[in-house]
Ligand binder design. Structure first.
Ligand SMILES: NC(=O)c1ccc[n+]([C@@H]2O[C@H](COP(=O)([O-])OP(=O)(O)OC[C@H]3O[C@@H](n4cnc5c(N)ncnc54)[C@H](OP(=O)(O)O)[C@@H]3O)[C@@H](O)[C@H]2O)c1
Length: 274
């Protein structure tokens, strides 16, 4: 990956290295009485974060916007977390061999510096994982509990009792945080009670909806690649019913990444009230 610097455009202009950019946001300092919750997406200029996977079925991140520089920043966000949110859908795709690897990324030599950073903070080698699922219809891959990581499953009142018991013997505790669907606020309260302070959503637009409607999403990190994709259907950063009250996420920081081998240029933006 070329070591081209970025231009910070807001809140002040500066030239900065890509590596260390989001580590410098020092997210671990931001939890107060409530946990600090943040999410991240890479999107095309026309707002697509996922498009149909024509070979394997389902949806996937468009290959022509995924890129190594954005992936580096994804890892810098992930490494700062106590807990990473993933979903039943992700684990189904993982089992079918069609999901991007988020479960064992800390074995990746490209991110050895991030592994060392985490050790220097006195943290466990990897953040724990929480799987959010109504259906509980997913297999549990070995990689999930790799390296002694704790796994928590959160579901809603519709969950099948027998499946809950099965999962409890396989991975650990299964919690209920909502009646028909998992509720963002109850979910975060539950995680806070278990001692999680820094929570990162690596999940998609339904989880973003759950966190936003629950009033618990503190920050949105959004990479916008200067490339138009078109096509339908597609997913954007949020999916679900119209929000009863629109939610404001003021811009906190904006960085310009010039055209390179993989992209025609991209903006790294950070939105949120704290
Ligand atoms: N471009 C990007 O940066 C980016 C980032 C993340 C994801 N994506 C893409 O977005 C697509 C969807 O991702 P995703 O499945 O991880 O996320 P998602 O659309 O947010 O969540 C989907 C699954 O999570 C569970 N779920 C979500 N909200 C729930 C709630 N309130 N209560 C109970 N269960 C809930 C359900 O699992 P069950 O069906 O098991 O009940 C549901 O099928 C994928 O194609 C992914 O690749 C793109």
């Amino acid at each position: 990956m070329p070591d081209t610097p970025l231009i910070q455009l807001f809140p002040r202009s500066a030239t900065l290295a890509l590596e260390g950019l989001y580590l410098a946001h020092e997210l671990r300092q931001l939890a107060g009485a409530q946990p600090f919750v943040y999410a991240n997406f890479v999107a095309s200029l026309d707002g697509r974060i996922a498009i149909p996977d024509t070979t394997k079925g389902g949806m996937k991140v468009p290959l022509n916007i995924a890129n190594a520089r954005d992936w580096r920043l994804f890892q810098e966000l992930a490494i700062q977390a106590d807990l990473i949110i993933t979903t039943g859908r992700y684990l189904r795709d993982y089992a079918a061999g069609k999901a991007q690897e988020i479960l064992r990324v800390y074995d990746d030599p490209r991110f050895a510096d991030l592994k060392a950073w985490r050790a220097a903070q006195g943290l466990s080698p990897q953040p724990d994982l929480v799987v959010i699922s109504s259906s509980l219809d997913f297999p549990v891959p070995d990689a999930l509990t790799h390296g002694g990581r704790r796994v928590v499953v959160v579901t809603d009142g519709r969950a099948d009792r027998r499946r809950v018991e099965e999962l409890e013997t396989q991975v650990g505790q299964v919690f209920v945080a909502g009646d028909d669907t998992v509720d963002g606020r109850r979910f975060v309260e539950l995680m806070a009670n278990r001692g999680y302070r820094i929570i990162y959503s690596a999940a998609g637009p339904k989880i973003a909806h759950m966190l936003l409607t629950g009033g618990v999403l503190d920050r949105l990190y959004l990479t916008q690649v200067s490339r138009v994709l078109g096509g339908e259907p597609f997913s954007s950063i949020i999916e679900g019913p119209l929000l009863e009250h629109a939610i404001d996420l003021p811009l906190r920081a904006l960085y310009y990444d010039a055209p390179g081998d993989e992209t025609p240029g991209q903006l790294f933006a950070c939105y949120g009230k704290r």
